[in-house]
Design a protein around this ligand. Structure first.
Ligand code: BES
Ligand code: ZN
Length: 634
């Protein structure tokens, strides 16, 4: 960072500034924005948004599916919060910047000088632009790299339609790999976009204006009238068709998926209504789903108005719809009220898991709710054991760490149980009223845990007359590990106790496989059953189980995944065969990462896994690729 080259470069840029723009004093480029990294509210962005802030984004891009690039320009409308401050620092990573112009109030272009700051790895490089006085618009002409981390490009051979596909994944900090902007959840802006693609494909965005049919020009226009943070910027291009579910809901997918998807997601409109009844009006207009190719690295991504969804939750029986409830719930928790930095992720994900559970309860009843709660409780306790002290808490110090590290179970499940516990203390009616008011109060804002606490003190702690205290709340938020208090709300599921009984009796040879009452088991009971068999099966037993239950042919990917994990442990050949096909087809990180990790740890599987990975990697998203490489130690 302190190389003489950088100082020399800064000096040179200052000279150019003086030469081409008398309004901008040379000191506008010092101190360098790198000095501010980690100092402001968001250590993962170079943006100086307390001084100048993006208000509106206008994108105009051409998609080249063969070259794997987006190219064109973006116009940024700015709020000069500190009018005399003459520098705009944007986040960027692997962008090819071709031209930067200020747009004067009379519409004329004024070339301005700019430079890249030092490369900060996954944070990319600050793009430092001189901002003359009075300028409120900047235009940047640029192109993305074919390796842009936030985009995945698929060839025709890699999709079910046989046509190319592209999709973005901007959270947490990859928007900067396809648009130069202030890539921090602390800044919200509205946007509009014009995107051109090959005519046999269709473009959709997390925005208003998605077409219901492909047009014959290849040009699509969008607008996002509600202010959003950059991590919610989303685009996809492919051979897409649309089917309606309800008046405000529908599904986009490649033709081969659409029928199954519509059948699976038939309750979408009802879910939306449940969400509104719980937390107040849905403020985004339509709510559609986009089914991605199986290489999509996540289960779902809450892109506004258009959640991105993995096809691996299409089980044929609606059993994995909790994920859709989750992404829908983000329309309030996260998209409406956003964490201002990734240290406060629990405000997004913890609230969302809580709401997901409330939606599932409203749809399927308390029995299913309890089973799901128990699965997440057990999973959380197990994951807490393997974590460092600093990661065992809700509010985490992510300074100097990749924001990817924020996304562990703690903000999700411990965040959720924290809210379950508040509900338990103050009563559901009171808590629901609080939540509705909270969403109203902070709608379209980005907040910190401290903002939440101020609001909580006034609206829930004080009126609660001691039912809820600040000291207890602080234990949840700032003390590592699950607090003692959590046991007040430990979820209980008789259905799971029953599964435990049968599992143990069978393993002790007190019952036969055929005695297990599996016909009555929910998908979650199956999951609980298989989780409890970790390290306890041999290949012969697995073959017996397959002969009876056909687990290796499971259409339900959650169950199949657990069966594959057990297969690795027991080196069970039919399972390993299925695993190979699985790894070549599916890029969902939640599955691929633990599978590769388990193979890497086994005494026989590492070389085999590396060989499979080498064949699979071209079909993986950069995120999946990176996680698998780490798991395999390559
Ligand atoms: N916002 C996340 C997706 C995400 C995760 C983006 C990590 C960036 C980093 C989304 O809402 C989510 O949490 N998805 C989960 C499903 C959920 C039911 C726990 C997933 O994809 O597994
Ligand atoms: Zn989420």
């Amino acid at each position: 960072m302190k190389s003489p080259f950088r100082i020399a470069l800064a000096a040179l840029v200052s000279l150019v500034v003086v030469a081409c723009d008398r309004d901008a004093p040379p000191q506008a480029l010092t101190p360098t924005p790198e000095h501010r990294i980690g100092v402001g509210i968001d250590p993962h962005s170079f943006a100086e948004f307390d001084r100048v802030r993006i208000r509106h984004v206008n994108l105009d891009l051409d998609a080249n599916m063969r070259a794997r690039t987006l190219s064109g320009h973006v116009v940024l409308d700015l709020d000069r919060v500190e009018p005399g401050f003459q520098r705009l620092v944007l986040d960027s990573r692997d962008l090819d910047i071709r031209d930067v112009n200020a747009i004067r109030p009379d519409g004329r272009y004024l070339p301005v000088s700019w430079r890249f700051g030092a490369d900060h790895g996954h944070l990319g490089r600050p793009l430092v632009i001189v901002l003359p006085a009075g300028i409120e618009q900047v235009r940047i002409d640029y192109a993305t790299s074919p390796e842009a981390f936030g985009l995945q490009w698929l060839d025709g051979e890699q999709t079910s339609s046989g046509r190319p596909f592209m999709f973005s994944q901007s959270q947490p900090h990859y928007a900067r790999t396809w648009v130069p902007l202030q890539d921090t959840p602390a800044v919200r802006y509205t946007f509009e976009a014009t995107i051109r693609s090959p005519r046999d494909l269709m473009v959709v965005m997390g925005a208003a204006g998605n077409a219901f049919e492909r047009n014959d020009t290849g040009e699509y226009r969008f607008a996002m009238p509600e202010p959003i943070p950059s991590y919610l910027m989303a685009i996809a291009i492919g051979d897409l068709v649309f089917e309606e579910i309800g008046p405000r809901t529908g599904v986009y997918a490649e033709p081969q998926w659409i029928e199954r998807a519509v059948a699976e997601f038939g309750v979408l409109e009802e879910m939306l209504e449940i969400g509104e009844n719980l937390y107040g009006e849905y403020r985004w207009g339509r709510y559609d789903l986009l089914v991605l190719p199986p290489s999509f690295p996540f289960g779902g991504m809450e892109n506004p108005r258009l959640s991105f969804i993995t096809p691996t939750i299409i089980a044929g029986d609606g059993s994995l719809l909790a994920l859709v409830a989750h992404e829908l719930a983000h329309s309030w928790s996260g998209n409406l009220v956003t964490n201002a930095a990734w240290r406060d992720l629990w405000l997004n994900e913890g609230f969302t898991v809580y709401f997901e559970a409330r939606i599932m309860e409203a749809l399927y009843g308390s029995e299913i709710r309890d089973q799901l709660a128990r699965l997440s409780w057990d999973g959380l306790l197990e994951s807490l054991e393997g974590l460092d002290e600093r990661d065992r808490m809700l509010v985490r110090d992510l300074f100097d760490r990749d924001p990817e590290q924020a996304f562990i179970r703690v903000p999700y499940d411990m965040g959720r149980f924290f809210l379950d516990w508040i509900e338990h203390r103050v009563g559901r009616e009171t808590f629901d009223a609080f939540l509705r008011a909270y969403f109203d109060h902070f709608a379209f804002q980005s907040i910190t845990t401290e903002d939440f606490l101020v609001y909580l003190e006034e609206h829930l702690i004080e009126p609660s007359d001691g039912a809820l205290t600040r000291a207890e709340v602080d234990q949840w938020l700032f003390v590592p590990g699950m607090p003692e208090l959590a046991w007040e709300i430990e979820p209980q599921s008789d259905a799971f106790v029953n599964v435990d009984d049968w599992r143990e009796r069978w393993l002790a040879a007190e019952a036969e496989l055929g005695d297990l009452p599996v016909d009555d088991w929910s998908v979650f009971q199956w999951q609980h059953f298989l989780v409890g068999l970790e390290g306890r099966l041999d290949a012969e037993t697995m073959a017996d189980m397959d002969a009876r239950f056909g687990l290796v042919e499971q259409q339900n990917y959650e169950i199949l995944f657990l069966w594959l994990m057990r297969s690795i442990e027991a080196q069970y050949a039919p399972g390993i065969e299925r695993l190979e096909r699985f790894l070549l087809e599916v890029g969902r990180n939640k599955f691929t990462r633990p599978l590769y990790a388990a193979l890497a740890e086994s005494d026989w599987g590492r070389d085999w896994a590396i060989e499979v990975f080498e064949r699979a990697r071209l079909g993986y998203h950069p995120l999946t690729r990176q996680a698998a490489e780490r798991a395999l130690g390559i």
